[in-house]
Design a binder for this molecule. Sequence first.
Ligand code: TRP
Ligand code: ZN
Length: 897
Amino acid sequence: MTNAVSATEAAPTTTYLKDYQKPDFLIEKTELTFNLYENFTAVTSNLTMVRAEGVEADKPLVLNGVDLVLESLAIDGTDLNQGAYEVGQETLTIKNVPSRFQLSCETRIEPQNNTSLEGLYKSRHMFCTQCEAEGFRKITYYLDRPDVLSEFTTTIIADKHSYPVLLSNGNLIKKGELNGVRHYATWHDPFKKPSYLFALVAGELVSVDDTFTTMSGRTIEIKLYVEEKDLDKCEHALVSLKKAMKWDEDVYGREYDLDIFMIVAVDDFNMGAMENKGLNIFNTSCVLANPEITTDAGFQRVEAVVAHEYFHNWSGNRVTCRDWFQLSLKEGFTVFRDAEFSADMGSRTVKRVEDVGVMRTLQFAEDAGPMSHPVRPASYMEISNFYTLTVYEKGAEVVRMIHTLLGKEDFRKGSDIYFSRHDGEAATIEDFVSAMEEGSGKDLSQFMHWYSQAGTPSVSVSDNYDADKHTYTLTFKQSVPSTPEATSDQKKPFQIPIALGLLGDEGEIPLVVEEQSQNSSRLVDSVLAITQPEQSVTFTQVNEKPVPVMLKNFSAPVKLEYSYSRADLLRIMAVENDGFCRWDASQQLALGVINDCIEKLQQGHSLEAADCDASLIEGYKAILANKDLDLAMVALMLQLPSQAYIAEQFDVIDVDAIYQARKFIGNQIAERLYHELLDSYKHLNSDESYSFNAQAVAKRSLKNTALHYLMKIDNEEVRKQCLAQYSAQNNMTDVSSALRNIVSSPSEALKEIKQQTLAAFYQKWQNEPLVVNLWLSIQATCDLPGTLDEVIKLTKSPVFDLQNPNKVRSLIGAFASQNSINFHIKTGEGYQFLSDQIIKLNLKNPQIAARLITPLTKWKRYDSDRQKLIKQQLERIKAEPKLSKDVFEVVDKSLSV
Ligand code: TRP
Ligand code: ZN
């Protein structure tokens, strides 16, 4: 057997949603035995199979299997002879099978050589699995599809000294010694599940244990398994898990079902974590945390991911997906659930603003590029490529819109119907939406377009105030751009919930909709659901021209276009209650000023102080002085729109002008608000011990935002403050923020200190991979010239490991996606560097290789010189003699626009 991934020379085949067919066979029971050795693993499977009702008796059994060596095959205890079956590249076909039978199969695999991190593989000294989406077929021949649900019993046999802990899904039913050196454990999972939820772990692990008492009074055993050295990083995940278990009971009425819930932390993992039934497997980066090594963002991520995977136990496991086109059924819903959980645990507005930031920059960009696809794609070549921002984040926005349109109570009625009706089944998005319709009595047929039409809708708004009649009319026009699967004019209008308010001099104006417009434009709880390509709503009893505040709480994932004056934006920033709109006003104000600067630069002029409009400085000053605002909101409102968000506003992205303009405005703010920022910094800088709660996080966030601005000023006092913050070694949030500022500082005075500090930091943390990753990403995202060379040097140093996805993301991923000025260096060396890495990873780890291509997929958005250079690299990748399906799909689609 070879370890190479299935590679293709011809174009791989495309799978279509419209071709879905029910399975021909069912697997009632699955019994697996794993014999783990250092140079191979023997897998025996015993499947109780039945022909599905209505399937003709001569239909062959076709099982999935990839990179397997078949050792034996029997039906009802009788070995099959060679002519009775056929082993294909990715299948095993058995021509004649009875309507009910026992299929016994023995295969060999080589987990120790499996670098794809799919199927059974080794992470450091530990055996572990990742089966979603189609990894189970790399373990044994099976019906590896989510609509085949089976009851699993798993026996693991391994050396007892190297692998004292043997885990699988469900309950431990038997364990024992075998011959002095080997031992075994048998696990039984009473809940039927598809193969993608199977998991196995074997290793030298220790656990931190806890319990949770459920709403019905059952005691659940909780175990978090880690390597011994990580025992001091488990507390936060355990606390988060118990909060999540309680929250799902309170908010959704969902109780945990098994008597035990286990989490295992592994170092080498393609994604964040995996919701395997009763045995979640986590990337160490999403579960381990303590104040010395983890930033606030890290703590938040752990809390969110632990909750996300836990919530899948109902939205994903108890009710699973019929096929992979329905992926957002579990992911979109579960992201919505975890977002609401995080909002309830910390600051609701901050969480919302952060999520909107991801949507408007990353997801909107994905939706405008060659990989654009609907929340429910109609086709794919490689399903791993569809674990996207669109399926996850836009999918969650779509569920949120249902929540907004139905209201909290009816949404809960709908989810109760969904869970009880489809418990133990593989469901579709229609099933989910039907349950919501039933729970609310509302018609969601037009709403379904959100699942089938790709692209970000634009809603442009115009208004008219009639001072004589005291009426105010808003007119909305919606449109969607063309995307690979449909042109703009083929698309149907969306149902778009727009939460709105009107600001008058004395505050909010009560909303009274004029009777005539009530039929088409009814307002429910200040939410107007627009359904037409063009639609108006008229408000009466409006005694002054108001400032419209629209898309409150980002009520729909659209681009809303309305031309606000700078005075309007300042007004919203100062008095609006909706946190998202308040923050967005500050973003739009800054964006306007930056855009003017970009235009000036493009005309060949240089920028001067007057180009940073006084309104922006005044606005920021007022925010800093506002004592009523949550400090985290202050920090968010003071942060300039990201380069990625600015770039999203342009058809042709001018990398250099965007970078220059944004930097110039940042410097102006630092100079002109120097005293305010310094006061704020000093005021917030304390040596109190670390705690993770919304208030403390908010303080650190504002403090470090202030420091970031201040460090743009090259003076002794600020440098001293920054170095002192670093030396205090108080917590990783403050330390890494100080380090980031030191590393990115152009100051001559810091040149030597910078190198010493980086070296000392590494020296101190070299045995903590998660901190080393932070150290790599701080260097990778430094905007000073010369960073590309540093990054290349780091990839060649022993610190780096191309086989470890976290290292790849921290260094290469961070450089290519968050360091635009260096990645897009005019020579094209950034593109070449990235392509080198993609080619190296193509067959080793196709999933990670394909994800790394993302920054290159957007090539059409850049100037013609850069377009040419990026395209060359895409063509170079495409010309590789063997391409993985994953890489082929992304490169091919990118080049065919
Ligand atoms: N279902 C996982 C989640 O919680 C996603 C996931 C984990 C995954 N590992 C994966 C998807 C590997 C594809 C490949 O979102
Ligand atoms: Zn998920």
